[in-house]
Design a protein around this ligand. Sequence first.
Ligand code: UDX
Length: 452
Amino acid sequence: MNVAILGTGYVGLTTGACLAYLGHQVTCVDPDANKIGALQRGEVPFHEPHLEDLLVAARPNLKFTMDYSEAIPDSQVVFIAVGTPPGVGGAPDLRYLQAAAEGVGERLGPHFTVIVNKSTVPIGSGNWVGALVRDAAERRGRGKDCFAVASNPEFLREGSALLDSLYPDRVVIGADDPRTAEVLYTLYRPILDQTFQPPAFLPRPDRVGGVPLISTDLASAELIKYAANAFLALKISYINEIGQLAEKVGADISQVARGIGLDARIGTRFLQAGIGWGGSCFGKDTAALVSTASEYGLDMSIVKAARDVNRRQRERVVEKLLGELKILKGRTIGLLGLAFKPHTDDLREAPALDVARHLLERGARVKVHDPVAMNRFKKEHAGMDVVMASDVHEVARDTDAVVLITEWPQYLDLDWESLASVMRTPILLDTRHAFDRGRITRAGLRYITLAG
Ligand code: UDX
């Protein structure tokens, strides 16, 4: 099938690469000439494992352009995957989505076209997107039955986006027109039946048989996306709240997490206690869920509580350091990790940024390091008055404490004896429970976490 993808960010480019790899003819559109130029040269504008390899493998089925007119008229499916960054009060900024919807409506081809909303949008705005497309199409004399809007939420995690796209736990399609579900079923058939040849660098996981398809209405599909992300965020805040009690009663939160997670009804995943979530989704989606609910007079107190716990975790890092050092003014603190999680260079709502700001506000000197995200940090946060360390030893040298913020594999097997010898005071605050307490203590450091 011919597919157009509007937006070449984490979701758009990943979706385009996967669909092209499956054999569909995909045209990716972005108004940013630099991005399109880089993609045409085979350069990927962000760090995502194996995305560059998949774009090479799918290149014969891929085109990149700035021009909607090159992509829309021939496409049977148009994915809108433009950014919906948080606006005032948490509600998403829908300007880019509105421009994309109107741009599509003005260029629809002669055949029935499915317009898929991949951008995270307030629940119920699928109909709003449809109205924008319809108005634009009617201005061009096109009938209102020449297209239909669908919701097809993405569940991909940065750092494992291709795995989550080619081998998903489920595919969700929200549509109020029967033709739409048929078109999308055809599009996703190779993924649903898992009949495609796996890329050598992304072998099919053992667990994957056929992939369940949830075909439902627009609002349900949109709510599935928000409800899923909010529950994952809630699960993380739950174990972090239990972690605060674990510290008081002398319990080991990692053991508690394992002990509850082995209950099949709870599950062991997303119970990793620590500094909590960052990234472009959990914060934005939980805020949007609360914002949408408030329009209906609903309080969403559980989701709000999960957000509050998560925000507090970052503040607790500073409280922990104050507890150890008694004063932060003039002290030097080294941060290991900037990206919001390993295997990405994404800094959106990254915990390290808030921790650095809180420390700078208290007059501390801050040194930072990240194996992958340093260039993006320099570009996006040049104004932050921190020392950019070239390696872990430089982070540790003459510091009063080192804080592990992002559990990159590169940090998990360090020579802590050597690092302790160059620190002013050998204190390690491990905000991800990534290290063994005994190993760090035997290396001569004081080992603390956010849960004891
Ligand atoms: C998330 C959802 O998982 C994905 O389904 C959705 O499509 C987009 O948002 P992502 O934000 O990329 O994906 O990463 P994820 O692996 O979910 O981690 C989110 C944050 O939670 C990270 O900051 C991570 O460090 C944190 N986290 C995750 C925890 O603190 N504890 C955990 O147990 C798991």
